[in-house]
Design a binder for this molecule. Structure first.
Ligand code: SF4
Length: 460
């Protein structure tokens, strides 16, 4: 486990903080999102009511999660779909891979957030599962072979020009220059052929409506829809926290998510999928399979201090406004789920746990909680998780030694008065300098303490 004193961890963050070039690109992308957030929120006559309504709908499901899960399964299977259950990441991976063995042509994926959470890609020997060709964000992320740089907007640390250049290199290496329009046209003209070369699509649902068994996807383009219409099997992965009571809840959740995520008033494309291809229909997958993933979500639910995180609508607003992310990007997170939401859930939802040092990847300024559209008290959860880690002995050994010594010294006035300030400053520098961070000045012990100054004043 990389401890919070891990030099490698600090060095990675330090390098990210000093990388002004990437920071400027991230900054420009964030400013753009914030403008769209503002214009999106302006559409609400009563924004607070929309937030309360969304939070209440999500909480309603949590209170009776078992009943709503069964309700979803009943409607979805009633429409001809198939439901599989995965209690943890390993089970999810086995289920996906079992379906992939039935493929004759290979699979496409359209996003990989929960796939990354399960560690699916690390388990593949061959890279036979490829991103949907028209999905530029996934393709750029693949070229970079990096984790996502944002919960919603996968490629935040890349400028528009770089994005264009990377796609040109990937798809048209023979062309030295290609205009944005021509690149877009060329990518789309090959799309149907490239989709037809595969027979399975893996995607991730944003919401699952339990009254109808409908799957809801927010998208930037209709490419996934096109792929779903053509493949033989469509596998949809979803965390069990994605349930909503009914399709009617979309009237508020959709514009609220679009606004908070920085998409503007509404997402460019919203797909609602209710069943596999029915008799007489011309397109649609022959098999539609949903894999419902628990992977620690019921542990979050069981704890009343962290339960509310499951009402998250995955808008990424907490990340857009987080000063740690603005300065250091994804470097501090180290897991596949980034931003304040990732800090809170890393230890529970990640297949690479433990990540206790992430409880410190925050300034605890509370901005994340302020901007969260469903009013999740993220920063308080971070403090709670810190306390739990310390209580259960999951703290770096150096920190444990320091806290023990600190308690011993500060519990006695006589010991506090021992030695000159210069010695105390040296001890502090040597023992907590690593955790304090090289870029911050340690507070200095004054030459005389309060009782000495008080005694002097009253002697004179
Ligand atoms: S915690 Fe709140 S702000 Fe962050 S992604 Fe979830 S809903 Fe959005």
């Amino acid at each position: 486990m990389p401890g919070i004193s891990s030099k490698k961890y600090y060095d990675t963050i330090k390098a990210a903080v000093e990388d002004e070039h990437t920071q400027l690109k991230r900054d420009a992308n964030l400013r753009h999102l914030m403008l769209r957030e503002k214009s999106g929120y302006a559409q609400f006559r009563d924004l607070q009511m929309a937030k309360n309504k969304t939070s209440a709908s999500k909480f309603k499901v949590l209170e009776e999660l078992d009943r709503y899960l069964i309700r979803f399964e009943k409607h979805f299977t009633g429409n001809g779909g198939k439901v599989m259950w995965a209690n943890d990441a390993a089970e999810a991976v086995v289920k996906i891979k079992n379906i992939l063995t039935t493929s004759e042509k290979g699979a496409l994926y359209s996003s990989r957030k929960i796939l990354d959470e399960t560690g699916f890609f690390n388990s593949l020997k061959k890279k036979e599962t490829v991103p949907l060709p028209g999905n530029t964000e996934e393709n750029v992320a693949k070229i970079q072979e990096e984790k996502y740089s944002h919960q919603v907007w996968n490629v935040m640390d890349v400028s528009e020009e770089e994005n264009h250049e990377k796609l040109r290199e990937l798809f048209f290496p023979e062309e030295e220059v290609i205009s944005a329009k021509a690149l877009g046209r060329a990518l789309r003209s090959n799309l149907i052929d490239e989709i037809s070369e595969k027979d399975i699509l893996i995607s991730e649902a944003d919401l699952l409506a339990t009254d109808t068994g409908a799957l809801v996807f927010y998208k930037n383009s209709g490419d996934e829809w096109l792929a779903s219409a053509r493949v033989k099997k469509h596998i949809v992965i979803a965390g069990i926290d994605r349930l909503i009571p009914s399709l009617e809840d979309l009237d508020v959740i959709l514009p609220l998510h679009a606004s908070a995520s920085g998409s503007g008033e509404i997402h460019p494309v919203t797909d609602i999928l209710t069943s596999p291809r029915k008799k007489g229909e011309l397109d649609g997958p022959e098999e539609l399979i949903v894999i419902l993933v628990n992977n620690g979500r019921t542990d979050l639910l069981a704890n009343k201090r962290t339960r509310k995180i499951l009402t998250c609508i995955h808008c990424g607003a907490c990340q857009n406004h987080c000063p740690v992310y603005a300065l250091a990007g994804v470097a501090p997170y180290e897991n596949s789920i980034t931003g304040p939401y990732g800090v809170v859930t890393a230890n529970t939802l990640s297949s690479e746990k433990p990540f206790d040092h992430l409880h410190y990847a925050t300034t605890l300024c509370g901005k994340c909680s302020d901007v969260c559209p469903v009013d999740i008290n993220l920063h308080e959860m971070m403090v709670f998780n810190r306390r739990e880690a310390i209580k259960n002995g999951r703290t770096d050994e150096d920190v444990k030694r320091f806290i023990k010594a600190y308690k011993f010294v500060t519990a006695s006035r006589r010991r506090m008065n021992l030695g000159p300030a210069s010695l105390k400053n040296m001890l502090l520098k040597n023992h907590i300098g690593n955790y304090w961070g090289g870029g911050r000045a340690l507070p200095k012990v004054a030459p005389k303490n309060f009782s000495q100054l008080f005694a002097e004043k009253h002697r004179s």
